[in-house]
Design a protein around this ligand. Structure first.
Ligand code: 5GP
Ligand code: MN
Length: 325
């Protein structure tokens, strides 16, 4: 059934042969990261296995409806004094992306790396990497089928959430016929598709809208009109009362301007580092640009954490994008 049968078989063996697991995803988890973590947790519970789910960074508040979302521990809030020999990393394009959770990995821990980023470097002992999957949850859907497990509404809702958020509401080019077929099956399990779209894609909090307004007010455009960018600092968050998750989606606005090939969002992390989000209209491979700064991602959506200050980083990134244009 699968072209990468070997990787699916190895993943199945990894999950069935051991009893206790740590499940982690990337720092500041997004919809696919959280959903993938929970789907793996659900899968392990079906097998009668124990697992601890941990992240560095909070679960987005609006995802509290996900089954067991409150069971994911946030290492940035509370330390955990435990080591695990068997670790499952989901949606983490490279090892750095697991952040502080690596403190919980035993020396010589065996890692199963499940991911859909083409830039994934295969850091696991086993690597289930499917670059043409729209989301990591799509791979997990296949794995669940491969293992002959029957989905339920909660697991289906988590998979749908990951697909919905990583495809921008089934709109991005990653929205394959297969994605739509999976979504259709998930709806049959009782997933509330329109309700999730409303909650995750339409609704905004007032601070979130204020943050968007302030970012757009300071939007910049390159002379040729092909690159556009916005910046967000901690002062912006404080002034608007917005929180980290409220930045999600803002990078689409500069990208959406007609004629713009690359939209960028620069978020100041602290005085030493900036997180840049990159979105491409299609011509530029932003994963390549992100990789040149130590990050990664997909052709049309990528990111990197860059050491330095805004004034120095913005021109460096713009220059790299220009070279790709
Ligand atoms: P976002 O801009 O929404 O944070 O991320 C866009 C895409 O780039 C996602 O697929 C995300 O996983 C990836 N990405 C974002 N930041 C980084 C990073 O620092 N390193 C790597 N390898 N990928 C990143
Ligand atoms: Mn993803």
């Amino acid at each position: 059934m699968q072209t990468n049968e070997r990787e699916f078989r190895q993943s199945k063996e990894f999950l069935t042969e051991h009893d206790q697991f740590l499940v982690v995803s990337h720092v500041q988890p997004d919809g696919d990261a959280v959903s993938s973590t929970l789907v793996v947790g659900w899968l392990l519970s079906c097998l009668g296995k124990k697992c601890v789910m941990v992240n560095e960074g909070p679960i987005p508040k609006r995802m509290a409806y996900l089954w067991n979302a409150d069971q994911i521990q946030d290492l940035s809030q509370q330390p955990l004094d435990q080591k695990f020999s068997h670790v499952i990393c989901v949606d983490c394009a490279d090892f750095k992306r697991v952040g502080k959770t690596k403190e919980l990995f035993a020396e010589n821990a065996k890692i199963l790396n499940i991911d859909h980023h083409p830039t994934n470097d295969g850091y696991g002992m086993f690597n289930l990497i499917v670059p043409n999957a729209a989301a990591t949850v799509e791979i997990l859907f296949d794995l669940i089928q491969y293992m002959n497990l029957e989905l339920n509404e909660q697991a289906a809702t988590a998979i749908y959430t990951g697909l919905l958020t990583d495809t921008g509401g089934f709109r991005y080019s990653s929205t394959s016929p297969k994605v739509m077929a999976i979504a259709s099956k998930l709806l049959e399990y009782g997933v509330d598709g329109p309700g999730l779209s409303e909650l995750l894609l339409e609704q905004m909090t007032l601070p979130q809208l204020r943050l968007l307004t302030s970012a757009l007010n300071a939007l910049q455009l390159s002379e040729d009109g092909k690159i556009s960018w916005v910046t967000i600092t901690d002062e912006d968050l404080q002034a608007t009362g917005a929180i980290h998750e409220d930045m999600e989606g803002i990078v689409n606005y500069p990208r959406n301007i007609q004629g713009v090939e690359v939209g960028l969002l620069f978020k100041v992390i602290d005085e030493h580092a900036v997180k840049v989000s990159m979105r491409s209209a299609g011509k530029v491979d932003v994963a390549k640009v992100a990789q040149s700064f130590g990050g990664g991602g997909h052709v049309r959506a990528a990111g990197a954490r860059i050491e330095g200050t805004l004034d120095t980083i913005i021109p460096r990134v713009i220059e790299q994008v220009k070279q790709q244009l």
